[in-house]
Design a protein. Structure first.
Length: 336
C-alpha cells in the first residue's frame, strides 16, 4: 500500500458493501481500498476471481489481493476512513476485537440503515457511546440507493450527513462519480433515523400488498408514513434544518416501499401472504433491517409519547404475532 494516499476500509461483505467497493473503485480519486470479508472461502474466491460469490456475484470488484482481510480490526487500524457496512444486527460481532483506540483520529462512516438491537442505538450513537468516536468524525450515508442499481451503474444520489462540513466533503470526494451524485447534509440524526423508519414503512407496504391491497391504498399508506416520519424526526432532533420531502427522507422511503429490490418490502409481502417471521427469514438470503428496527423504535415512541400507528401495526404483527389482516383493518380507520 502507498502510504501517501488515503486508505478507505470497508467492514462488511454483503450486497451493499460489495456495491460500495465497486463505487469506490470507479471513483477517480487516488486511494487504497481495504476490505474485510466475513467468510474465508469468499475472500479466497474474491482474491482469485475478483467477484463476491455470495452477493452481487456478477459485479467485478477491484481490490488488491493484499488488501483483503478476515480481521476487521486490521482493516480499521490501517484505514484513514472506515466505512461500516454490515447489517446492524451483526455489527457488534464484526467489531468484537476492536477497541476504542483503533478508531482514534479516523473518520467513521455508517452505511448501515438500522439500529443495534441489544443496545437500541443507531450506529452513530453506538460509535460515540461504545468507542468514544467524536460526533464530528462520524458521517452517515443515506439513500435512496439500492445496491443492485448502484452495482449496475444506474444513476443514483447518496446523501452524506455529518456535523463537520469538511469531514463530510472529504468522504464525498471518494464516493461521487459518473453514476453517483452526492448531497451533503448536516442532519445526521434525521438521516440516520429516517433510514431506520423507512424500512419499517416498507415492511408495512409489503404486508399490505401481500394481503391483496392495491396501489391506491399503499399510496395513502406511504403518504401517512412520511407524515409519521416527520413527527418522529422532529421529536428526536427538533432544531435540525430538515425538508422531509428531500431525497434522504421521502426519496429513500419511496424506493424502499416500491422497488423490486427492496428486501423489506419483500419480507413484508411474505408476512402478508401468511409466512411466519421465522420462515420468511429462512427464505431470504439477506437481512430485512426493518424487522429489528420495528422493535427498537418502540423505545423512541414511548420516550417521546408519539402517535405512530403504522409502526405500531408492524410491531404488533411481527412481535406479538397478531393477524396481519386484523391489524391492517385497525390501521385503516387512522389513515388520512
Amino acid at each position: 500500500m502507498d502510504e501517501s494516499v488515503q486508505k478507505i476500509g470497508i467492514v462488511g461483505s454483503g450486497s451493499w458493501a460489495t456495491a460500495m467497493i465497486k463505487m469506490l473503485g470507479d471513483n477517480v480519486e487516488n486511494k487504497d481500498i481495504l476490505w474485510w470479508v466475513r467468510k474465508e472461502e469468499d475472500l479466497a474466491y474474491i482474491r482469485s476471481y475478483g467477484h463476491n460469490p455470495s452477493y452481487l456475484s456478477a459485479v467485478k470488484v477491484s481490490v488488491e489481493p493484499d488488501n483483503l482481510f478476515l480481521d476487521a480490526k486490521a482493516v480499521i487500524q490501517h484505514s484513514d476512513i472506515v466505512v461500516l457496512n454490515t447489517p446492524s444486527a451483526y455489527l457488534k460481532a464484526a467489531l468484537k476485537e476492536v477497541r476504542a483506540e483503533d478508531f482514534s483520529n479516523k473518520i467513521v462512516v455508517s452505511a448501515i440503515k438500522g439500529i443495534i438491537p441489544d443496545d437500541n442505538l443507531v450506529v452513530g450513537d453506538y460509535l460515540t457511546k461504545t468507542y468514544h468516536v467524536p460526533l464530528e468524525n462520524i458521517v452517515v450515508i443515506g439513500g435512496p440507493c439500492h445496491a443492485e442499481e448502484v452495482s449496475s451503474e444506474k444513476l443514483s444520489y447518496l446523501t452524506l450527513a455529518g456535523k463537520d462540513d469538511e469531514t463530510v466533503e472529504r468522504v464525498a470526494t471518494f464516493i461521487r462519480g459518473r453514476y453517483i451524485n452526492t448531497i451533503l447534509s448536516k442532519d445526521i440524526f434525521g438521516v440516520e433515523y429516517g433510514a431506520v423508519l423507512k424500512n419499517i414503512y416498507a415492511l408495512a407496504a409489503g404486508i399490505c400488498h401481500g394481503l391483496g391491497l392495491g396501489d391506491n391504498f399503499i399510496a395513502v399508506l406511504i403518504s401517512n408514513a412520511i407524515q409519521e416520519m416527520e413527527t418522529c424526526l422532529s421529536a428526536i432532533d427538533p432544531e435540525a434544518d430538515r425538508d422531509i420531502n428531500a431525497s434522504a427522507y421521502l426519496g429513500d422511503l419511496l424506493v424502499t416501499a416500491y422497488s423490486q429490490f427492496s428486501r423489506n418490502r419483500t419480507f413484508g409481502h411474505m408476512i402478508g401472504k401468511g409466512y411466519t417471521v421465522q420462515s420468511a427469514q429462512l427464505e431470504m438470503n439477506m437481512v430485512a433491517e426493518g424487522y429489528y428496527a420495528s422493535a427498537c423504535i418502540q423505545n423512541i415512541i414511548q420516550r417521546y409519547q408519539l402517535d405512530m400507528p403504522i409502526c405500531h401495526m408492524v410491531y404488533e404483527i411481527l412481535y406479538h404475532r397478531q393477524p396481519a389482516n386484523a391489524e391492517v383493518k385497525k390501521l385503516v380507520a387512522k389513515l388520512t
